[in-house]
Write a protein that binds this ligand. Structure first.
Ligand SMILES: NC(=O)C1=CN([C@@H]2O[C@H](COP(=O)(O)OP(=O)(O)OC[C@H]3O[C@@H](n4cnc5c(N)ncnc54)[C@H](OP(=O)(O)O)[C@@H]3O)[C@@H](O)[C@H]2O)C=CC1
Ligand SMILES: O=C(O)C1=N[C@H](C(=O)O)C[C@H](O)C1
Length: 255
């Protein structure tokens, strides 16, 4: 049985991961949270984040599952790299320095980063790549919609989809975030729109517009269990692997 540690345990995703771990009988060696947590979550006592490095050394879990923020994710990655514990991170909103730090950690331990652990989004990515190649003249607009507490915009998934699109359509060099006033569309842009409302778990739509036809590819997350399940699948797959940089497609293809 794989033994995991969970960071951000009291966050929306941390709680979901602990609930999913209890459902599938994954052992949680320890869990941490920045703010104090009085009651156990899904039967797991939650320790202060300050104790993460010491807990990691004491418990030596097979992998850490992290959904927190970009700065803390880098700190957790450094601690994992220090003693060779695998890291699965779903955290989004990294800047270039943060990404570089995660990649540096992957030289010493196995790191799997995914902006979205839903299998539906993995399928959406493939569909978007195909549609983009099949409609080389289409105007492309991406819209993502999330709950009102999301910190980063556009979403990590949106950025991943934009990278996928730009890999196929090198002519689409400009990401235009919203439009206002006199803002005619040029042929080299991808429009990017981020909406925040209520408790929406996550929706991503890629719209490809041509002459007399449009194609819309949309993924809607019903709830966060899909992300937690995908992250636990990734942690089970990653445990015991050598140092390196891994992605969620490798988990799906490896099944
Ligand atoms: N890849 C995927 O499939 C998914 C990725 N995400 C991403 O996961 C991340 C977390 O999302 P969500 O659970 O909704 O966010 P929440 O705000 O609900 O939870 C964030 C958690 O991280 C902790 N945290 C935040 N900043 C720090 C810090 N500097 N040091 C230590 N702990 C910190 C918070 O602690 P405290 O309780 O003290 O505030 C909290 O426990 C986001 O980046 C989000 O985009 C979300 C869903 C799916
Ligand atoms: O913050 C969220 O909630 C989500 N974040 C991820 C992202 O930024 O893409 C994944 C999912 O859409 C939910």
């Amino acid at each position: 049985m794989v033994r995991l540690a969970v960071t951000g345990a009291a966050g929306r995703m941390g709680q979901e991961v602990l609930a999913a771990a209890a459902d599938r009988e994954v052992e949680v060696a320890f869990a941490v949270n920045r703010s104090p947590v009085a009651e156990p979550i899904a039967g797991v006592d939650v320790q202060p984040t300050d104790e993460f490095a010491a807990l990691l050394a004491d418990h030596q879990p097979d992998a850490v599952v992290d959904f927190t923020g970009p700065d803390s994710a880098v700190d957790y990655a450094d601690a994992c790299a220090e003693i060779g514990v695998a890291l699965v991170t779903g955290t989004t909103g990294f800047d270039e320095a943060g990404l570089a730090a995660l990649k540096a950690a992957s030289e010493s331990t196995a790191v799997l980063k995914a902006s979205n652990f839903s299998r539906g989004v993995a399928a959406l990515r493939l569909a978007v790549q195909e549609a983009t190649a099949a409609l080389p003249d289409a105007d492309i607009e991406l819209t993502e919609t999330h709950h009102n507490a999301k910190r980063d915009a556009p979403s990590g998934t949106a950025k991943t989809l934009l990278d996928d699109i730009q890999e196929v359509r090198e002519d689409l060099s400009e990401r235009v975030h919203g439009r206002e006033g006199e803002a005619p569309r040029s042929t080299d842009e991808i429009g990017v729109h981020a909406r925040r409302a209520g408790d929406i778990a996550g929706k991503h739509e890629v719209l490809l517009g041509g002459s007399n036809e449009t194609l819309s590819l949309t993924h809607r997350a019903g709830d966060r269990s899909i992300f937690a399940d995908g992250a636990l699948d990734a942690a089970e797959w990653l445990a015991g692997r050598e140092a390196g940089w891994y992605d969620f497609f490798e988990v799906i293809e490896g099944e």
